[in-house]
Design a protein around this ligand. Structure first.
Ligand code: SF4
Length: 464
């Protein structure tokens, strides 16, 4: 992602630049004057000659929430079918100087992420708990939210679904039995750094550890956002391993978010994988269309379409993420011939209701994304406040199956702790056996019989 300087839009991040980005200054949580905190936001009053916010010297605000009067341009904000009304309003209020071109530039969005208490409190009315969590810091995962995604958050309600997923709470500091930093045991199945080889024919390639927006329930909190995975110094070793591992036919590129890499770097990675004859199937896992849809540029899709067959798993949580911008991003990917599947984590207080999940699945289908997996939340350390019961997940699947199109029903899975892989879960539609009949129930609870005699009871020739 990430543009690391402002003058070379087409230049992909080099490893050096990338590591500079991911190892950006540790989050510093200054105390903020309550007068500043509580006043209506008007950054124009704080205008100075520097294009940075008057937060603290050590923790400048993203970009141009302030600008000098001399530099100020009147930027006309348009509401179009391709723009969320909430986003238009947010821009009008907090980024009045930012041009349409800048706002739509994924590198600008990335550079201007909200990352600290000083940033968040200028656009959100923080609860005491959020403030406490941001002040204490020290969770496994840094904070980061793109301006675009921030525009979708409710500024006053800390319980809003999207807000809960990106603004930390003190619940992250609590540890419960069964939780682990690496619940899927990935580190124990890593033959070379950055590669997880747990199943014979498929591997997980962690291309980088940077994400534009950090999800508070991230399974890879232990590595994501820490600036330790630089793509340059480990990819060559990964490719060499894969060239020897002739049983591998399927590579999932994840991270962090692989689409945070520039086009050249992605082109190179995909090209290297495509050059390995036994690798037939390449997938990319990304949350960009939801948190930074501006990343899905025509330049990106031109690169991706060079490496077909290529599949993508898109991380969506809630129907509020299905904005016009996000829809356009998915359309671009689909138009590039990339089959799109969704991945959704079941989260308490976020999407653990049938109607919310149904709405999300419906919207994804209209965005040409096939609902693929619904994950039971992994028991990552500090995730208890997000985890529902499995019964809740089954209830949601039962509320979808038969009540919407079959294409709208994802497969509900538990990724088995310790590295057992995905185990599918279904409501129990098999009531039992009655003689040669299976007794089944349908989505309405009605019972039906299906003839299913044991094989040795079936006559060899029913005509005899
Ligand atoms: S986008 Fe994926 S890798 Fe990044 S923080 Fe969210 S869940 Fe973790």
């Amino acid at each position: 992602m990430a543009r690391f300087d402002s003058n070379s839009d087409e230049e992909p991040p080099s490893g050096k630049k990338l590591s500079r980005l991911v190892s950006s200054p540790p989050i510093n949580f200054p105390n903020v004057n309550s007068k500043i905190r509580n006043r209506p936001v008007n950054f124009r009053q704080a205008a100075g000659t520097q294009p940075a916010m008057a937060a603290t010297a050590s923790d400048p605000m993203p970009v141009r929430m302030i600008a000098s009067e001399a530099r100020r341009k009147v930027v006309r904000l348009r509401t179009t079918a391709r723009t969320s009304p909430a986003t238009v309003e947010f821009r009008r209020r907090y980024f009045p100087d930012v041009t349409e071109r800048e706002w739509r530039d994924w590198r600008w969005q990335s550079r201007n992420r909200f990352r600290s208490l000083a940033h968040f409190e200028r656009v959100l009315e923080l609860s005491a708990d959020e403030r406490d969590a941001l002040t204490r810091g020290g969770t496994m995962l840094p904070t980061g939210v793109t301006p675009y995604y921030m525009s979708l958050l409710d500024p006053t309600n800390p319980n809003q679904a999207l807000r809960r997923t990106v603004i930390p709470s003190t619940s992250e500091f609590l540890r419960f039995p069964g939780e682990a930093d690496d619940p899927l045991g990935e580190d124990g199945h890593s033959p070379v750094p950055g590669l997880v080889h747990r199943f014979p024919v498929r591997v997980l390639l962690l291309a980088l550890d940077f994400c534009s927006t950090y999800c508070r329930y991230c399974t890879r909190s232990r590595v994501v956002g820490h600036g330790e995975i630089s793509p340059n110094n480990r990819l060559e070793a990964i490719f060499q391993y894969l060239e020897q591992a002739t049983q591998v036919r399927d590579v999932l590129i994840s991270g962090g978010d692989p689409l945070a890499l520039g086009e050249d770097k992605l082109d190179w990675i995909l090209g290297r994988l495509r050059a390995i004859p036994h690798i037939e199937f390449i997938r990319i896992g990304t949350k960009m269309p939801a948190v930074l849809p501006q990343r899905i540029t025509k330049e990106l899709t031109q690169v991706l379409r060079r490496h077909h067959p290529l599949w993508m798993s898109l991380h969506y949580l809630h129907p509020d993420e299905c904005t016009p911008e996000s829809r356009q991003a998915c359309e671009r990917l689909a138009d590039a011939g990339i089959p799109l599947g969704s991945q959704t984590v079941l989260l308490k207080g976020v999407n653990d209701e049938v109607e919310i999940m149904k709405s999300l699945m419906h919207k994804l289908l209209t965005m040409r994304v096939r609902p693929y997996y619904l994950y039971q939340c992994d028991p990552i350390s500090g995730s208890a406040h997000f985890r529902t019961t499995v019964r809740k997940g089954l209830e949601i699947i039962e509320g979808l199956r038969g009540h919407t199109t079959g294409y709208g029903v994802p497969t509900y899975v538990i990724d088995a702790p310790g590295g057992g892989g995905k185990i599918p879960l279904q409501p129990d539609y098999l009531v039992g056996r009655d003689g040669d009949d299976l007794v089944l129930r349908n989505f309405e609870g009605k019972q039906f019989r299906y003839p299913d005699p044991e094989p040795d009871l079936i006559p060899a020739d029913p005509q005899c």
